[in-house]
Each structure stands twice: as C-alpha cells, then as structure tokens.
Write a protein that binds this ligand. Structure first.
Ligand code: AMP
Length: 283
C-alpha cells in the first residue's frame, strides 16, 4: 500500500489511474479506524479497481470548544488496518498541505445545515463540504463511500455533488454496531465505563420508535415522546441535544411521517457526544 502526503502527488497518481481506465473508489476518514470504517473499504474494494483512503483530522469542521486537539489518533494501526483491508493507497496530508496560509475558498451547502447537528455545530458542515470537495479533486474518485452513521453529512454531500455537477457517485454504507447496539465510533474510547454501559440505550430508543412506526404510528410527537422516555430511563448520564424525525431529503422536522424519513438523535454524555439514526420508509 502506497502512502502519499502531497496533494499534488496524490492527484497525479489518481489522474494516471484514470488515464489507464481504472475505476477509483474512495472513503475519507479522520483516522483511529475501526470496523465501521473498514466496512466502507470492504465495499469499496469489491466495487472498484483501485481504492484510495484518506486520514485527515480536518480542523475547519471543529468548533472552538470541540475536540480537534484531543481527537484520538493511531496512524501506525490505521495503516495496518487499511493494508489488510486491501486499500491500495492512503492519502495522509498535513494540515498545512490542505490549508496553506493563503487558503480562502469554502463550500456552503445552504439550508440542509440548519437542522440536526448543523443547529448545534455552526460551521461544521461548511468545513466538511470544503474538505470533501478538496479530497474529491485530489483523489478523483468515481465512487465515494460514506457511512449512514453521519446521515446529515451524507445528505449534504449528496446535495453538493448534485448542485455542483461533480462526477462522483456517493455510496451509502449501513451503520456498523457493537453487539449491544451502540453505533461504532472513534469517540467511543472517550466513554467512562458507566457511560459505555448506558450508551446502547440510544439505539434502544430508536428501536422502540421503529416498532411504533412498524405498528402504524405516524404522529412524530408521540414517537419522539416514547423514544425520549427510553433515553431518559436508560441513559441517565446523558443529555439529549436533539431527537427528531425529519424528511430524508430536506432534513426538515416532520409532524406526520410520510415517505422516506430519518429519526436522528444526538446525546451529550460527560466524555463524548454520540449520534445515531435510523432510516425508515413510511407508506
Ligand atoms: P470519521 O472518521 O468519523 O470522519 O468517519 C469516516 C467515515 O466512516 C464516515 O463516512 C462515517 O460515516 C463512516 N463511519 C463511521 N462510523 C461508522 C459506523 N459505525 N458504521 C459505518 N460507517 C461509519
């Protein structure tokens, strides 16, 4: 597996693959890789000729009080995992390589960032869209793989690709979970043992909601009320940032469930803020 740190070298390599007729699959990450990330690469290696990964903790998507400096890092392990998963090339730029001092251009996907995480993390999705567009230009993917775990990110990037006519297919990969239901995340290592014990209550709440919906309930307020009760009961150390049912395309909160909807939740525990969601097709 090749490791590249220069954007120019990475772009030249990607363009050479394209010229040779290779189909490039790509999955960007912030590193500290786990099985969830590996599920992106497993799929990418099945569907493409060449797979490029990236590891970059993107400073411009972190707020001033967020965990940029403390974000967990383990490059040696990340490289081993990628190699064993069949990743052909790993792009690991320095911050100065991505954002030189005279950097001035940002991508705003307006509207979709008003809701869910966008409401509590101002500027976060502007940072995400900007870095992903840069990574697309550098790595030249035909297909790019993103986890449903970050459903708002995925929805915003799909809109960016459509609005800006980018020649990239965005592929959605389901959420990989621990045996007890907790969505796997690099930030789970921050949790104390008490927090870790309670954290599966978040997914349990989504499952209760799913059952209500399967049984015909369509009134968002009723579903949310029951899900909030589950979280308050099972995750007493946590505070709910949001728990909403939104339209899958608009991310706008719904009163009555109809069509493709997302139930999304963010819970602040003392040592980590956890997010999770389920996607539901309502008839
Ligand atoms: P991150 O390193 O947290 O920025 O995540 C990089 C990519 O991995 C994003 O597309 C995430 O949605 C995806 N991802 C993270 N956790 C999971 C998971 N548990 N299951 C599936 N994909 C995930």
């Amino acid at each position: 597996m090749e490791v590249i740190t220069s954007a120019k070298v990475m772009q030249e390599q990607a363009l050479a693959w394209k010229k040779a007729g290779k189909i490039i699959g790509f999955a960007p990450t912030m590193g500290f890789l786990h099985d969830g990330h590996m599920s992106l690469y497993a799929r990418a290696t099945k569907e493409n000729d060449v797979v490029v990964g990236s590891i970059f903790v993107n400073p411009i998507q972190f707020g001033p009080t967020e965990d940029f400096a403390d974000y967990p890092r383990d490059l040696a392990k990340d490289k081993d995992l990628c190699e064993s998963q069949g990743v052909d090339c790993l792009f690991i730029p320095e911050v100065s390589e991505m954002y030189p001092q005279d950097f001035d251009s940002y991508v705003n996907v307006q509207g979709l960032d008003k809701y869910l995480c966008g409401a509590c993390r101002p500027g976060h999705f502007r940072g995400v869209a900007t870095v992903v567009l840069k990574l697309f230009n550098i790595c030249q993917p035909d297909r790019a793989y993103f986890g449903q775990k970050d459903i708002q990110q995925l929805t915003i990037l799909q809109k960016m690709v459509k609005d800006l006519n980018l020649p990239v297919e965005i592929c959605r990969v389901p959420i990989l979970r621990e045996k007890d239901g907790l969505a796997i995340s690099s930030r789970n290592v921050y949790l104390s043992s008490d927090e870790r014990e309670q954290a599966p209550g978040i997914y349990a709440a989504l499952c209760v909601a799913q059952t209500l919906i399967d049984n015909g309930e369509r009134e968002a307020a009723k579903i949310i009320e029951q899900a909030v009760a589950v979280i308050n009961g099972k995750v007493s150390l946590g505070v709910i940032d949001y728990l909403e049912i939104v339209g899958a395309k608009t991310l706008c909160p719904l009163k009555i469930l109809q069509g493709d909807v997302i139930m999304a939740v963010a819970v602040k525990l003392p040592h980590a803020r956890l997010i999770d969601n389920i996607c539901i097709k309502c008839k």
